[in-house]
Design a protein around this ligand. Structure first.
Ligand SMILES: C[S@@+](CC[C@H](N)C(=O)[O-])C[C@H]1O[C@@H](n2cnc3c(N)ncnc32)[C@H](O)[C@@H]1O
Length: 219
C-alpha cells in the first residue's frame, strides 16, 4: 500500500559506484571489501548491499542463505537459454545449477552471474540421477521435478513443490528427453492460454523458481 512514508521509486541512471568516499576501515564490512574496488569504484551488476565486496565474500554470504531448491537443464544442442537460466537461478538463490549433456554452454546470457553460482556438469542423465540419490539434506535423495508440457503432466499452479527438490528443464525444440522424463518424480506444466506450443525455457525456469519462492518463502 502506498502512503506518505513510502519512498518514491527513482530511476537508476548509471550502474555502480565510484571510488569509496571516506575512511573504509570504519565500515562494518571493511574486512570483506576488495582494495581495488575501493580505489577504482564498483561497476559490477551486484545489489547495493554487496558494493565493494570481494567476489569470494559475496559467494560465501550467498552460500549461507541459499534456498534448498536446485535447477538442472538438458544441454544436447548448446541451448542458448542456459545463461539466462543461470542468471535466474542466481536471482532466486538456487542452491546449484546442473548442466546435463554437453559441458560447453554459452555464458553470455548469464551476465557474469555464473561466478556467484555453483554450476555442475553431468555428461548423461544416468550420472545426473546418480547425483540426486544422495544430494538432499543429510544425504537423502533429491526429488526430480521435470518442468515441461507433455502428455500426462500435472499443473505447476495446483501442485505443492517439495521444499528440497531439483527443477529440471528441457531445451528449445525437443524439450525434455524421454530418459529425463522417466527419471523424474513429477512432471509439471505451466498453464498457457495462447496459440504457441511453449514458452522460452528460461522464462519457464523463472516462473517455476518463482513458484517455489511463492510457496516456500511467502506462505
Ligand atoms: C521450448 S520448450 C519445448 C518443448 C515443448 N514440450 C513443446 O511441446 O514444444 C523447451 C523447454 O521449456 C520449458 N517449457 C516451455 N514451455 C513450458 C510450459 N508451458 N510448461 C512447462 N515447461 C515449459 C520446458 O522445460 C521445455 O522442455
Amino acid at each position: 500500500m502506498v502512503n506518505s512514508e513510502t519512498p518514491k521509486p527513482t530511476s537508476q541512471p548509471t550502474w555502480g559506484v565510484g571510488p569509496y568516499q571516506g575512511d573504509p576501515t570504519k565500515h562494518p564490512d571493511f574486512s570483506k571489501f576488495d582494495p581495488q574496488l575501493l580505489q577504482e569504484g564498483d561497476t559490477r551488476n551486484v545489489v547495493d548491499n554487496y558494493r565493494y565486496w570481494k567476489m569470494e565474500e559475496i559467494v560465501r554470504d550467498l552460500d549461507a542463505k541459499r534456498h534448498p531448491f536446485h535447477v538442472a537443464i538438458e544441454n544436447w544442442q548448446h541451448d542458448l537459454n542456459i545463461g539466462s537460466i543461470v542468471r535466474n537461478a542466481n536471482a532466486f538463490l538456487a542452491s546449484s545449477v546442473h548442466i546435463v549433456g554437453n559441458k560447453r554452454w554459452n555464458k553470455r546470457g548469464a551476465m557474469v552471474t555464473d561466478r556467484y553460482q555453483h554450476v555442475l556438469h553431468h555428461p548423461t542423465i544416468e550420472d545426473f540421477v546418480e547425483w540426486t540419490k544422495t544430494a538432499g539434506e543429510g544425504g537423502k535423495p533429491l526429488p526430480i521435478i521435470a518442468i515441461d508440457n507433455v502428455p500426462g503432466c500435472k499443473q505447476l499452479e495446483t501442485t505443492k513443490l517439495p521444499r528440497e527438490c531439483i527443477l529440471l528443464f528441457g531445451q528449445e525444440g525437443p524439450g525434455l528427453s524421454q530418459p529425463a522424463l522417466d527419471a523424474s518424480d513429477q512432471v509439471l506444466e505451466i498453464s498457457q492460454f495462447g496459440s504457441t506450443r511453449s514458452i522460452n525455457a528460461s522464462a519457464a525456469a523463472a516462473i517455476a523458481m518463482h513458484t517455489w519462492v511463492m510457496q516456500h518463502v511467502f506462505s
